[in-house]
Design a protein around this ligand. Structure first.
Ligand code: NAP
Ligand code: G4F
Length: 324
């Protein structure tokens, strides 16, 4: 028998799952990850952080309740982080039902598995600033009204309210982290920051000529994923579960983010970008800007990484990968 604290992470193969695993391993946890079976290799992020052999993988899927109950029994986790999702907003218009099943009903499955098998465990739900959508306040906080603009945002809102409801109905320690966009060199290539960092690296190294983008006037509050997983952990260490906005409090256009990335390698973004209608969305979230004051006050959490540092880190990582 070991006295190690045990955690279960769904979405362990994703960007946040990898950084959170690393953080929890450093804190001495036994880390278990729910592995949704795929035909392709999904463990590259854990390998990139050098922790692939340190995470215990358990087969399961958040759309499959019994697999979650088995994973809870096997891991005996006292902390459960539900990061598993169809997380790409653009895809949610093409696969709205799947998005609802994974990002909405999937959350209820995880909550139900806890209610049945481990009601005393602390639970984290990966909620999102996409729920604010058509923003109802210039700076969005925990009390700002939601107005989702995509099937993804709608499904995530279900997961958010289910988390609040299980806390209020059953007294479960269930917290919802309303995280604004957070990026890293481990970000999926379909998201705009990584598409740009990869594009800039490829153009610099001469393997690509131009970069096609959609609405570059959209504004996002971008932070570093490595900083944000710390906030997830802090939420589950509190005596009382609650909901928290995690953001930087700074918003930037996609255009200015591109400027930073191209400038870093001595190029002018205007010489290399084409605007392509295929990357516009049926309904856009024009601007997001978070107010993380509650997280700073209650959790002592603050972002540490500026957008400039983050984008340079991503471009450099893509240059290194492409050279390899
Ligand atoms: P990500 O890189 O897309 O990772 C998503 C993870 O979910 C992957 O491990 C994926 O597995 C897994 N997954 C997909 N369908 C599943 C299913 N049916 N059952 C179990 N696992 C499943 O996303 P991320 O950026 O790390 O984000 C983590 C969470 O935070 C997501 O819930 C996302 O919606 C939310 N969020 C992200 C941001 C952000 O800016 N990054 C902001 C707010 C909220 P495969 O690798 O096998 O596909
Ligand atoms: O990088 P994105 O695809 O991220 P988006 O839609 O904001 O969603 C991300 O953040 C959410 C939190 O707010 C998460 F919940 C969600 O899971 C995901 O991690 O797009 C950012 C902005 C959008 O306004 C989009 O229209 O960039 C704009 N954009 C412009 N050209 C583009 C592109 N987005 C993508 N992916 N690709 C383009 O070519």
């Amino acid at each position: 028998m070991t006295n190690k604290k045990s955690a279960l992470i769904t979405g362990v193969t994703g960007q946040d799952g990898a950084y959170l695993s690393k953080l929890l391993l450093e804190k001495g946890y036994a880390v278990h990850g729910l592995l949704a079976r795929r035909s392709t290799d999904t463990l590259w992020r854990l390998r990139e952080l050098g922790i692939a052999d340190d995470v215990t993988l358990i087969d399961g899927d958040i759309t499959d309740l019994s697999s979650l109950i088995r994973a809870l029994r096997k891991s005996d986790a006292s902390e459960v982080y539900n990061l598993g999702a169809q997380s790409f907003v653009g895809t949610s218009w093409q696969q709205p039902t799947l998005t609802a099943q994974v990002d909405g009903v999937g959350v209820i499955n995880v909550l139900e598995s806890l209610r049945i098998a481990k009601p005393e465990a602390h639970f984290y739900q990966a909620s999102t600033s996409e729920m604010f959508g058509l923003i109802q306040a210039a700076k969005q906080s925990e009390t700002t009204a939601f107005y989702p603009r995509s099937p993804y945002g709608v499904a995530k809102l279900m997961g958010h309210w289910a988390t609040v409801n299980y806390r209020e109905s059953f007294g479960m320690h269930a917290s919802s982290g309303i995280l604004f966009n957070h990026e890293s060199p481990l970000r999926g290539i379909e998201f705009v920051t990584r598409k740009v960092s990869h594009g800039v690296a490829s153009i610099k190294l001469g393997t690509q000529k131009r970069l096609k983008l959609g609405n570059i006037d959209a504004k996002r509050d971008w932070g570093f994923a490595g900083d944000y997983v710390e906030a997830m952990w802090l939420m589950l260490q509190q005596d009382i579960a609650d909901d928290y906005v995690i953001a930087t409090g700074v918003t930037t256009t996609v255009r200015d983010m591109c400027k930073i990335a191209f400038q870093h390698v001595g190029l002018n973004y205007e010489d290399h970008i084409d605007i392509d209608q295929q990357f516009f969305r049926p309904a856009e979230v024009d601007v997001l800007l978070g107010d993380p004051a509650k997280a700073e006050l209650n959790l002592g959490w603050k972002p540490k990484t500026s957008l400039e540092t983050l984008i340079v880190m991503m471009v450099e990582a893509d240059i290194r990968r492409l050279r390899r």
